[in-house]
Design a protein around this ligand. Structure first.
Ligand SMILES: [Zn+2]
Length: 482
């Protein structure tokens, strides 16, 4: 299945229209206000921007020359420095540690794929995560949460707020299967490399379904969010056209991720917003050689001077683009809030060249162990330089909990960092008792859910039967629904 679409979670076009009209004509506050009202969130709101693979090796020099004003502002107004990750540097395990406060054996997501016990492999999914993530904890305290594109969030979880899973993004599920296949081929004890699709692979990709409709409307949105042009649409940086198009899509997906987060921010003003931007990592795997001196490579493999210049510039343009996205995403967050920007590891030269990628960038050795960390807001000292080993990826969730005056779970391996001021710490054994509900493959139920929403908002008559296809009850769209 190569061209997976959003359709499993989407209502028919007529119903989409009705829903859109309904939402647009309602005052926003009436639409999405949390039951307890805006006054219920006095401790300040939290924004976490996850920038996979971002490193000070690029950010450092660019900040010095004034090319990353938003990173610069974060460093001046708050804390900045290296964050310690853990080996092996595989993004799903690290980002799940960030989101849970737990080490990988404790949260259960150890890799992209796992052996399925019959000689084959299967993808990890959100169903494999043991226990609660930060978004479950805040959602259970009856506050709105937004989660966009976070790794291993498919199938999405029914939180109070919006979860746009990583599989909502174009070509990601297919890419994940391809990746699983190539990892499976190298795994000891795997005899059948055909990747098994996990349970609920075909589930809806966005929760609630009404946001799937809005999300799909942005897929072809041409308006750029920043002044930076997509460097992979502008000129040829890769010999392979397929790779070039993949990298162009990576850039578009980061824009989509930011666009979705901005929409959630505008409508919900959630207590917690977590947005994942994978682009820097994905692109660095292909054009990292432009950041290294040409002389580290054997002469026969070196980029030409012109190729080196172009790849160097393209990655720096990408960082400048992410810097602007950070500015846009964080502009609503004031001194009483907490903004965190971090990465899961750095980058280094090396790896096995292949036909698609003769000079790959990688993150394997301890040279790539440290990611970036920036935080500003209430309780964060301005201009603070984070000391070596002062913060690890496991510490983000406990730090945010402490900052929000919520108890820290004793079954978390991380701890709140000392340099961010919090109220006296409270503890509890665990958050993991309550069940986590996830989106399943239930199209008719999902559509019914949307009708119920419309009814509750007063756009569809209470007397409508779900099977009634007259205009007053949802219009001709329902005829298209199965
Ligand atoms: Zn990577």
């Amino acid at each position: 299945m190569r061209n997976r679409t959003l359709h499993p979670a989407l209502p028919g076009p007529g119903l989409k229209f009705l829903l859109l009209v309904g939402l647009l004509s309602l005052p926003m506050s009436a639409c999405w206000e949390s039951p307890s009202g805006p006054a219920a969130a006095p401790p300040g709101r939290v924004l976490i921007i996850a920038v996979d693979g971002a490193t000070f090796r690029v950010i450092g020099p660019m900040m010095k020359s004034g090319q990353l004003p938003n990173f610069q502002a974060l460093a001046q107004q708050g804390a900045s420095g290296a964050i310690r990750s853990h080996q092996p540097l595989l993004s799903p395990r690290v980002w799940t540690s960030v989101a849970t406060g737990k080490a990988p054996p404790n949260h259960g997501i150890e890799n992209w794929i796992q052996k399925d016990g019959t000689g084959g492999v299967r993808l990890y999914t959100s169903l494999d995560r043991k226990g609660h993530a930060l978004w479950n904890i805040v959602s259970e305290s009856k506050e709105d949460v937004g989660v966009v594109n976070w790794l291993m969030t498919h199938p999405p979880e029914k939180i109070q707020g919006v979860m746009i899973s990583d599989f909502a993004f174009p070509s990601i599920s297919e890419r994940r299967l391809d990746l699983a296949q190539s990892f499976g081929e190298k795994m000891v004890g795997v005899t059948d490399v055909a990747v098994r699709r996990p349970e609920d692979f075909e589930a809806g990709v966005v929760y609630p379904a009404s946001w799937a409709t809005r999300f799909s409307s942005w897929l072809d949105e041409p308006a750029p969010l920043t002044r930076i042009k997509n460097p992979f649409e502008a000129e040829s940086l890769q010999e392979s056209e397929e790779t070039q198009e993949y990298l162009a899509q990576v850039f578009r997906n980061d824009v989509l991720s930011a666009r979705a987060a901005l929409a959630i921010e505008e409508e919900l003003r959630p207590s917690l917003l977590m947005v994942y931007l994978p682009g820097i990592d994905r692109v660095s795997h292909f054009i990292w050689a432009g950041q290294e001196p040409r002389s580290i490579y054997p002469e026969s493999m070196r980029l030409s001077l012109e190729e080196h210049r172009r790849q160097h510039q393209a990655l720096r343009d990408y960082y400048a683009h992410v810097d602007e996205l950070i500015g846009l995403l964080s502009e609503n967050y004031g001194p009483n809030d907490l903004v965190i920007v971090l990465s899961d590891h750095g980058f280094e030269a090396g790896g096995q060249p292949d036909s698609q990628n003769p000079l790959p960038g990688i993150h394997e050795s301890d040279r790539a162990l440290n990611g970036i960390f920036f935080a500003r807001g209430r309780g964060v000292p301005a201009g603070y330089r984070v000391k070596a080993s002062e913060i690890s990826v496991n510490d983000i969730t406990p730090t945010v909990l402490a900052w929000r005056s919520l108890p820290i779970a004793r079954n978390m391996q991380g701890k709140p960092v000392d340099f961010i001021q919090t109220k006296p710490l409270r503890f509890r054994p665990s958050y993991d008792g309550s069940p986590i509900e996830r989106v399943k493959e239930e199209k008719p139920a999902t559509e019914k859910e949307i009708l119920e929403q419309l009814k509750s908002l007063g756009y569809v008559s209470e007397t409508c039967d779900p099977d009634d296809t007259t205009m007053a009850c949802g219009g001709p769209a329902l005829e298209e629904a199965p």
